[in-house]
Each structure stands twice: as C-alpha cells, then as structure tokens.
Design a protein around this ligand. Sequence first.
Ligand code: PLP
Length: 406
Amino acid sequence: MFDVEKIRADFPILSREVNGKPLVYLDNGASAQKPQVVIDAITKAYAEEYSNVHRGLHYLSNLATENYENVRGKIARFLNVPDEDEIVFTSGTTEGINLVAYGWAMENLQAGDEIILSVMEHHANIVPWHFLRERQGVVLKWVDVDSTGALDPQAVLDAIGSNTKLIAITQLSNVLGTVVDVKSICAGAREKGVPVLVDGSQAAVHMPVDVPDIGCDFYAITGHKLYGPSGSGAIFIKKERMAEMRPFLGGGDMIREVHKDEVTWNDPPMKFEAGTPGIVQTIGLGVALDYMMGIGMENIAAHEKELCAYARTKLDGLNWLNVQGTAPNKAAIFSFTIDGAAHAHDISTILDKKGVAVRAGQHCTGPLMDHLGLTGTCRASFAMYNTKAEVDVLIDALELAHELFS
Ligand code: PLP
C-alpha cells in the first residue's frame, strides 16, 4: 500500500523548516529531493567503493565498474527496454538531446530538412535544434497547443511533410502539466518513416514508462528529477539509430584504438560515452530507480493523480488565479498568475515566507511563454511525497499573496 507518511520519512530534507515554517517543497519539476537510500549510496560509493571505472584491473576499479554498469540494466528495466545496450549514460536530458543533435541529426540532416517541435518544449529540446538551423539550414516547424494546453497528436502528424526528418516532443510539459499522447505520434510517424525523440524528463517521474510500447527512437531522462543525483541521466537510442550515429564527444572509453593517423570507435553504447563519467551520480541514480520501482510507478501515479485532482479543485476555487494548462490529461504541475497582480517572482517570495518552495519565471520555455503571451508564471510541481495538507498550505499562502497585492 502507498503510505505517503512512510515515504516522507525517507526524505530527510522534508522534515526541515524554512523561514520558521515546515518546508512545503513544490519545486519538484526543477529538481526532486533525495531519499536517504540515495544519500547513503553516494556516501558508500565514495567512502568504501570508489575508483575510476572500466580502466583498472584492481579490486576497487572492478567493484566500481560493476556498480556503475549495473545501472544500465536498471534503467533498461525502468523503461522496459529489453536490450540494455540501447541505454547510453548521460549527465541528464540536456546532454542526451545534444548527443542526438550532434551525433545523429548533424550526420543525417541537410539544409531544408525539417524538425517538428511542439510549442511547449523545454529549451533543452529546442536549442540543440536551433544549432542545426543555424549551421545546416535545418527548418524548425512548430505545432501549437490548444487553449487548454493539450497537444493534438494528429496536428503533429499533419505537420509532417516530405522533408520532415525528426519529431522531437515532450511527453509531459514542465509548465502546463499536459501529458502528450506520444504513442499515437510515434505510430503515425513510423508509417511515414519519421524518427521520434521523446523528452521524458518529466513524464518518467510521474508515470510508468514503456519505451517499446511508445515506439520512439530516442527517449531521454534526467536523474535529478527522478530522486537521484544531479549530473546523472540516460537516453534510450534504438539500435538502428545508433548505427546511423557518429560519436559526439571524443576521448577515453569511446574508442577502441587510437593511432597518429587513425582512430576506431568502441561499440555502442560506449561509443557515445567519452571520458570519466559521473560514476557516483549514476550509481545514485540506480538506487533512486530501485527506490521508485520498489514503491511501484503505478502506485506513485495513482497517489499523484489524487493529489492533482485535489489541487485542481482547490486552485479552481480561487477566481483571481489564472491556471495555465487545463488539459484533461494533466499531471500535478500547475503554472499560474494572479489577476492584475504581482510579478511571478514576488508571488514566489511571499510563498517562500510561508515555507512553500515554488519556481517563478519562464521555466526554460520561451516559445510557450510567447504563445501564452506571458513573461513568466509561478509553478507548483508535485512529487510522490507531497500531501493534500501541503496543497492547503499552498492555497493559504496564495490567498495571502493575493491580499497583499490587491
Ligand atoms: N526537458 C524538460 C521537459 C525539463 O523539464 C527539463 C528540466 O527542467 C529538461 C528537459 C532539462 O533537463 P536537465 O536540465 O536535467 O538536462
């Protein structure tokens, strides 16, 4: 059974106070807190089992390599990917998407080729494609969301033309909370021979992810949002796509042989992992994924669904609050502004005085802000350890902010 109080007890930071009030941490969309098991695993990896990986023949190097490489299988299980060689370790989603941009798209796309993006992408899934636009004349095609923030999969498929070479799309908006039907997009794209990259940074935190069922070519995740360390992450890359890729970063580990006039590559996935990696971060991510899988992604999703419905009703009750994103299929991420009032930063400062941590600003989504006609929003983003009582604290703090600014 899902016991939120038991889960909360696993996260030491949740029992601290901020500004003299119990912490209500609602900035999980930016980065999640870490359970004690992850903190312990990091300490153990450094205190007892640390060495560089892959290179040494001594005991500690073998142990660190085993601990590190075991995580590949854990990530594969987490994403339901049968072949762990399709998992490339990264430092996070940003590196994962840049790997695809430099390693795959730069090799395979030419001037006039098109990449389809939704207007609600995070900059990590926009800026690498702008590099291709600037350097190679690749065209970026944008698909809008509707007035509720929903994205019609058919609108994405309708945007496909004879020059479309990639669809790069989020599965869950970090601002609107909209869940995107990426499975339908992948099915339609496959019929037209267009590869799909799914940005799973937010989705993988809140729902079970089955990559083969989605049917995408690339699926990127980032460890620090998954209750793991920052600087960890991974990207699933289909074998066929790996075969079309050049390495992105060059250095140790990704090579087989290096001579003065020749270099040959290691086999994938190591072909795409250069230099000393985030050894301990990755080990910590493995423990975080074990922790999540131990609770069960279905159970996490069910708890958050209830929390989302409760928060939605409460926030809807504030008729001076404008919630952005009301799509029916929505996760517990709420962006809002207050009528005629304060800048998002001012609202978040008042919430902070009440111990409520939210994010304010553009949330790395410039094109979405342009689409919404906003300069920024406040965002409350929930995690598995949040409670209905914390929603109530948020509501009280918002009422105070409204009072002060009206
Ligand atoms: N994509 C989405 C939807 C995100 O929310 C984020 C982080 O906020 C990223 C990509 C980038 O992740 P990272 O900064 O961990 O690489």
